[in-house]
Design a protein around this ligand. Structure first.
Ligand code: SF4
Length: 241
């Protein structure tokens, strides 16, 4: 059984085509910019328990709309926190002929995560900062396992998308973006790099949870700044959006 925070039935932002996106409950990170703080705790009484069969049944209902490249994406929260259940779900969806993707922060790496990746046709890995100190300050955890996840995916030869959240004052240092790009630019499996501009849509959720918003005063990046970062990354990667 999976603890599910929510489900999006016609997702178009988390992988190719039209997708069923399952947001699972719980996350090991505490990103300062997290726009879904209600997904972070492993135990949330509002999370719904769903079986693999429940979710595959939802997929079947959408099969006709998904086209040839749509399918299932498991996001979060963080899928690796429920690694066995997510692996079972991805394997079942694959067996039923659906394209499978996982959107992960790479917070955890071991043999069970390798199995999870084995059943993901696409891994979308968020590499939030290339510098470990900055990564710890931004997320509360080291980036060591994140880089191990990326390396493992590269060695497996299977598709990988890299995601980078652009946060003014935190992840927009040009030398760090260059270092990030240099780390991954020789990877053969990277099909795409996505730059995701920081936004403040989640602010009201912190207020509702009685929490202080961690990035008070930080404004979303200007479109020009986002373009500049995409330009830097375009020197290293064939597909940047
Ligand atoms: S990894 Fe995602 S869900 Fe987890 S804290 Fe960071 S932004 Fe939030």
């Amino acid at each position: 059984m999976l603890k599910v925070h929510s489900i999006e039935t016609f997702g178009t932002h988390d992988g190719p085509g039209i997708r069923l996106v399952v947001f699972v409950q719980g996350c090991q990170f505490r990103c300062l910019y997290c726009h879904n703080p209600d997904t972070q705790l492993a135990d949330n009484p509002r999370a719904k328990l769903m079986s693999t069969q429940d979710i595959v049944a939802l997929l079947e209902r959408q099969r006709g709309y998904m086209g040839s490249n749509g399918g299932l994406t498991v996001s979060g929260g963080e899928p690796s926190l429920q690694v066995d259940g997510v692996t079972e779900l991805l394997a079942a969806a694959q067996a039923a002929g659906f394209h499978t993707a996982v959107d992960t922060n790479g917070a955890f790496f071991d043999d069970r995560v390798k199995q999870l990746y084995h059943h993901a046709d696409l891994v979308m890995l968020d590499v939030k900062h290339i510098d470990d100190d900055w990564h710890r300050r931004l997320t509360g955890k080291s980036n060591e396992s994140v880089l191990q996840c990326a390396q493992f995916r590269e060695e497996s030869g299977c598709p990988l998308w890299l995601r980078y959240v652009l946060v003014p004052g935190w992840t927009d240092q040009p030398e760090m973006i260059q270092r990030w790009a240099e780390h991954f630019c020789r990877y053969q499996t990277v099909e795409k790099v996505e730059v995701l501009p920081y936004h403040t849509i989640g602010k009201k959720k912190y207020i509702a949870l009685g929490k202080k918003y961690p990035l008070e005063g930080v404004e979303p990046p200007q479109p020009e700044a986002v373009n500049d970062v995409r330009l830097i990354l375009s020197r290293y990667f064939a597909s940047v959006s």
